[in-house]
Ligand binder design. Structure first.
Ligand code: TYD
Length: 141
């Protein structure tokens, strides 16, 4: 499998917008509307102990929206050449992470929930979990 040639600047924050009312807000993510891929899987990270990090991998094909459904955390994006940190703390904002990029999540606030909408089912072969291997792949491009 070939690692895709995306860069950190291809990743953007999408405002999913919200339906506001005095009794609370609703944010909707709907296929063919405000997400550029079909959602095949949703998972969420929670009860992350202080100081822990998650992620630490890249995907060959999978793209995803990462949403701070509650609380806050940081996402480090790395394309093998450049890095950027994105702070997420609003449930109506999604970080669109493209395939071929390393990502690591840390600085989870207490009680935070990281919701991920993914374009693929869970397939371990789609993961690169070794950073040195990832860098070698990206430098080959
Ligand atoms: P992992 O991908 O290492 O989590 P993260 O990147 O968020 O730190 O997954 C942790 C464990 O959960 C691993 O044993 C695989 C399992 N898992 C599934 O079975 N299905 C899934 O959809 C995900 C995301 C993980």
């Amino acid at each position: 499998m070939k690692l895709k040639n995306n860069t950190i600047s291809d990743c953007s924050i999408i405002d999913l917008s919200k339906v506001h009312s005095e009794s609370g807000n609703i944010t909707v993510v709907e296929n063919e509307s405000n997400i550029p891929f079909e959602v095949k899987r949703v998972y969420y990270l929670y009860d992350v102990p202080g100081g822990e990090s998650r992620g630490g991998h890249a995907h060959y094909n999978l793209e995803q929206y990462i949403v701070a459904a509650s609380g806050s955390f940081e996402v480090l994006l790395d394309d093998g050449f450049n890095r950027k940190k994105v702070f997420l703390n609003r449930p109506n904002l999604a970080l669109h992470v493209l395939p071929g990029l390393w990502r690591k999540l840390d600085n989870f606030s207490s009680g935070s929930i990281c919701m991920v909408l993914a374009s693929e089912l869970y397939i371990e072969q789609d993961y690169i979990r070794n950073y040195i291997e990832f860098k070698e792949w990206k430098l080959k491009k």
